[in-house]
Design a protein around this ligand. Structure first.
Ligand SMILES: C[S@@+](CC[C@H](N)C(=O)[O-])C[C@H]1O[C@@H](n2cnc3c(N)ncnc32)[C@H](O)[C@@H]1O
Length: 440
């Protein structure tokens, strides 16, 4: 007899998702936590916890309104927050309000029952079963009037921290609402064709033959209409494509390169843009990253894409200290895809908004300035530096580059997109690009 597929009870999934939420509230990244979850359970826990991250602002405000004395156990709080997020979506759906694709929707009574069952499954949550039941049922009764009132708070209305909303309001007076709305939508799965292996048209034919509907984006990109686990997409083992957001795919076309040039990819891991540069040009490339584990992923990706060669050097080093790694020969081109708050990719990593603290922005901006200042002397006269971040905060983009130009008289700004803002008319993540040439 064939083994029967096992279906994990909803209560078990809910408890596991509450543990994921608790981990984020403790400061751990959701992707790091999800890696520890058993593989068969992971997609369901990811869907539940991603939904909770996208609606945590309203859930927190609701919990504060309904439970003035917060439960002391962090797992109970996480389970309650999860319950409020899921109940809100299910009730809104029942009221005919459109929900984002993939939103987990349940029947109200089933959901409350399963959340109480989930609490029963953990020793510390068990005493809170009655509280959970009472709070969720009250929310179901009073939701309409209560949410109208709570939505007056920016954090509840936009499901981002107040400080984050304020930065966007100031920086983007016309677009801030679109940026915040875009963060609530699950992102599309975008591929970049490995142009060394095949053309985009050929890749699209292979995907369509496998029943995957997709449309072209940018120069080598394809967007899949419905996401799939990557290993189920034709050509993974053959290295026909990489997963890469359309905004990130622009880097490989913005940095002017010619075959034979010496190129530095200063913050390379996991190697999405490194591979793109190598697919397009026969260059001598040094890929640097300060994180050894992440740098190992560059090697894996280049191997899968058949892009390894003696012209490619991987170095684990701090880009801000060239004395440790630079051989003194200037580079013709540098890609500085510097570490940032990742405020442009919150739809892919919905936990980021809750993990970041207001002070982080100043810290990353200083780190970025140190890195580009240190890289500048390693660039040859008439060479190009492409500065990139996946952030929508001007402190890491436009303002950062303006300050750099003030510090370096031999730096000249060339045309590049600047801030790319996520929103209605744009399928890609939030990004920033500045191209800078060295005049002498
Ligand atoms: C935005 S990610 C790079 C993404 C990569 N370019 C890609 O397209 O796949 C930034 C990277 O910078 C690395 N990093 C952070 N500080 C660094 C430093 N001081 N020197 C070199 N790399 C650094 C991080 O480990 C991280 O891998």
């Amino acid at each position: 007899m064939l083994p029967q597929p096992t279906v994990t009870p909803l209560a078990t999934q809910l408890l596991a998702a509450a543990r994921a939420i608790r981990a984020v509230l403790d400061g751990q990244s959701l992707s790091a936590h999800l890696e520890q979850v058993q593989a068969p359970l992971r997609p369901a826990i990811q869907a539940l916890s991603f939904h909770a991250m996208r609606h945590l602002g309203l859930a927190r405000a609701t919990m504060q309104a309904l439970v003035p004395r917060q439960p002391s156990d962090p797992l109970v709080r996480a389970l309650l927050l999860l319950g409020l997020c899921l109940l809100e979506a299910s009730l809104a759906h029942a009221d005919g309000q459109e929900q984002a694709p993939g939103t987990p929707i349940y029947h109200q009574h089933t959901l409350v029952h399963q959340l109480v069952e989930a609490a029963a499954g953990d020793r510390r949550c068990r005493p809170a079963k009655g509280l959970l039941n009472a709070v969720l049922r009250r929310y179901a009764r009073e939701r309409a009037t209560m949410t109208a009132q709570l939505m007056l708070q920016a954090e509840a209305r936009w499901n981002h921290p107040q400080w984050w909303v304020s930065i966007l309001q100031e920086a983007w007076p016309r677009q801030w609402q679109d940026i915040l709305e875009a963060a609530q939508q699950p992102p599309p799965l975008a591929l970049r064709t490995n142009s060394r292996a095949l053309t985009r048209a050929a890749l699209q034919s292979h995907l369509q033959a496998a029943g995957l509907v997709c449309h072209p984006v940018g120069i080598e990109g394809l967007i899949l209409e419905s996401p799939r686990p990557v290993r189920e997409i034709p050509g993974y083992d053959q290295g026909w494509w990489s997963v890469q957001d359309p905004s990130a795919q622009r880097a490989g076309h913005l940095l002017p390169l010619a075959d034979g040039q010496r190129v530095l990819d200063a913050c390379a891991a996991p190697g999405g843009k490194t591979a793109h540069l190598l697919e397009r040009h026969h260059i001598k490339l040094t890929a640097l990253d300060s994180d050894a584990q992440r740098l190992a992923r560059v090697a894996d990706n280049l191997r899968r894409l058949n892009l390894q060669s003696e012209d490619v050097t991987l170095r684990c080093a701090d880009a801000a200290h060239p004395a440790d790694w630079w051989d003194g020969q200037p580079y013709d081109a540098i890609l500085a895809d510097v570490p940032c708050t990742a405020s442009g990719v919150v739809r892919r990593h919905p936990d980021i908004r809750w993990l970041r603290q207001p002070d982080d922005l100043g810290r990353t901006a200083t780190l970025q300035a140190n890195i580009v200042d240190a890289l500048w002397p390693t660039l040859a006269a008439h060479g190009h530096l492409l500065y990139a971040t996946c952030s929508v905060f001007p402190q890491e983009g436009e303002r950062q580059v303006q300050a750099f130009l003030r510090r370096h008289a031999d730096a000249e700004r060339l045309p590049a997109p600047g801030h790319i803002l996520p929103g209605r008319d744009h399928e890609g993540d939030g990004f920033f690009y500045a191209l800078i040439a060295k005049s002498q």
